[in-house]
Design a protein around this ligand. Structure first.
Ligand SMILES: NC(=O)c1ccc[n+]([C@@H]2O[C@H](COP(=O)([O-])OP(=O)(O)OC[C@H]3O[C@@H](n4cnc5c(N)ncnc54)[C@H](OP(=O)(O)O)[C@@H]3O)[C@@H](O)[C@H]2O)c1
Length: 338
């Protein structure tokens, strides 16, 4: 049995992880930390989680006996904890953005100098559909951001297959993507029966998208990313417009779909579709559905992808990474509704 700690277990991703680990056949949520609910039992705070344990305050010594720790803190709060645990030999899956970028990119995108470039260097980007082998051996897995997960899974099969000179990402997210603390912009009264874009220029997830897509393509691919807030709880639907370089022959749709099916062969959570998916097809699951389409008159490839931000975009992907790190079947504890 894998002994797992969830650090920040009362947030949206942490609470879901506690529930998923409780149901996992080969893992147990042995330590659940919180600063707000110390001493309270899990089922008192979350009646839907059948778990008697009490929340405890984070303390590295109580986590050092664990096989793995999931760190579910906000960015900039997570890296000191990851470093403390890693220095004690605990394998870590970090759900924050603190280990996803090269160390030198943190001042520009996150406004701080990363204090542990050695650990950033060691961390593996936790997208199993791309880095499965590296994740198996990793001691720090940087679980990808929710928007980059949906976007990268939509476009990676094109990288290195067709020369792209621009990618435009139009994503719509459910409100749970913003975490449990409401703000005026995420308050029910603002979001309900409404629809808006936000951070149209310079959203931090663009850094992850540019870095990972450029790495896969072998050259820098410009990306323009606009997130939108949907009046729903869960899910991200992205429409990704990919412009091939001048002179690149655009394949017909059957050949394009064949490329996607081939690329994702043996990837249990990727489903290639002929028609664009709806959010309801993937909500509460670890699946990502992608539909690659050809817009010949515009000279574009348009890919629609759908994921659940809290499952494939966060806690489900984290469990998928744990499964790989401990030599388990990738799908263990992840099939069905989460
Ligand atoms: N929500 C998503 O869809 C999603 C998707 C992918 C990645 N992520 C990333 O995953 C991490 C957790 O996200 P989340 O949505 O679970 O966030 P959340 O709901 O806001 O929960 C974060 C938890 O961390 C603890 N915490 C410790 N230090 C904190 C601090 N200084 N400020 C606020 N909370 C603090 C809090 O628990 P206590 O008060 O009990 O200590 C809080 O419940 C973030 O880095 C986020 O960017 C989120």
């Amino acid at each position: 049995m894998i002994k797992a700690a969830v650090i920040g277990a009362t947030g949206f991703t942490g609470a879901l992880l506690a529930r998923m680990l409780q149901a996992h056949p080969e893992a147990q949520p042995a330590v659940l930390t919180s600063s707000s609910f110390v001493g309270r039992r899990v089922h008192e705070v979350f009646p839907e989680i059948r778990h008697e344990a009490e929340y405890v305050a984070y303390e590295p010594s109580i986590v050092s006996e664990m096989d793995v720790a999931f760190v579910c803190y906000p960015h900039t709060q997570a890296h000191p904890v990851v470093a403390e645990l890693r220095d004690r030999g605990v394998r870590v899956v970090d759900l924050s953005a603190d280990f996803r970028l090269p160390a030198e990119d943190y001042p520009e995108w996150y406004g701080f100098q990363h204090p542990r470039p050695d650990l950033v260097q060691e961390a593996v980007y936790g997208l199993p559909e791309r880095y499965q082998e590296e994740i198996r051996a990793a001691n720090i897995v940087a679980n990808p951001g929710c928007f980059p997960t949906g976007m990268l899974l939509a476009v990676l099969p094109l990288a290195g297959w067709l020369e792209l000179d621009l990618v435009v990402v139009d994503s719509k997210s459910g409100v749970s993507g913003a975490g449990k603390t409401p703000s005026s912009k995420t308050h029910f009264s603002t979001v309900h029966d409404n629809f808006r874009s936000y951070t149209e220029i310079g959203h931090r997830h663009a850094a992850e998208m540019i870095g990972e897509l450029s790495r896969a393509a072998g050259h820098k691919v410009p990306i323009s990313f606009t997130p939108h807030l949907l009046p729903v709880d869960r899910g991200i639907l992205s429409t990704v417009y990919c412009r091939p370089s001048a002179g690149t022959k655009i394949p017909d749709e059957a050949a394009l779909r064949a490329r996607y099916e081939d690329f994702y062969q043996g990837k249990p959570f990727l489903e290639v579709r002929e028609h664009a998916p709806a959010l309801s097809e993937v909500q509460y699951t670890n699946y990502c559905r992608v539909a690659p389409l050809v817009d010949r008159q515009a000279g574009l490839i348009k890919v629609v992808s759908a994921i659940d931000n809290l499952v494939k975009g966060a806690s489900g992907q984290a469990v998928q990474n744990m499964n790989l790190m401990f030599g388990l079947a990738e799908t263990l504890g992840l099939e069905g509704r989460q």
